[in-house]
Design a protein. Sequence first.
Length: 265
Amino acid sequence: MRFTSIASGSSGNCTYIGSDNTHILIDAGTSKKRIEEGLKGLDLSFDDLDAIFVTHEHVDHIAALHTILKKHDIPIYGTSGTIDGIIKSDKKGEMVNASFNRLLTDTCVCVGDMTINPMRISHDAAEPCGYRVYIGDKKIGVATDLGCYDDYTVSCLSGCDALLLEANHDIRMLQTGPYPYMLKTRIMGDRGHLSNEKSGELLCKLLNDKIKGVFLGHLSKENNLPELAYETVRLEVDMGDNPYRSTDFPIMVAKRAELSPVIEI
């Protein structure tokens, strides 16, 4: 089982999960060329993809879908609210023949040798979700665009072998930065994005003996720095009330516009 980020950040997101037999993307929010380059780095192409799962309809998660589906017949999965948002965004009718598959949260769907289970998340989109992906007894969790988390979130993501968690902003950078007040309020709200501190707090609740690695993703270009996200989360883990330390497993900031290291599970 391989897990990596092709692109991650406020300007575009795309995550790859694959086995020997099955290959999926979660989101296609960067350029088609960037995704193609990322797949090439994994010795794959669009023809190898079995499905694209979409977390929600915001442009930084669906930007390349229109151009991909003009040439490639790849099934698209998402909640009904997300699928409706994607269809609404198709102003030129480029996805008229696309194969859309509507998901219910907490209801599994099988693609090849993978089982994918969407989970509810709190974000200001129509019907957003995160994903848990299983192959046998292995589990990967992908959860970005979290305005907040609760016991349900922790329960869904517990027991993962690898994770991609949002670490969107540094609170001080956001508060003192150039964004308008209403946008700052939205980002820090319960339907906005997780701060570095909250990301570290959530990670502390999810640590377990089998974790092979954690990606910190969806960093804001304006309100965060990779080094700051890493250090903040690392300190939360090292100072948190848990038996683990940040040196027990790799913590990596997912790269904004290129392929991140691959976690092998």
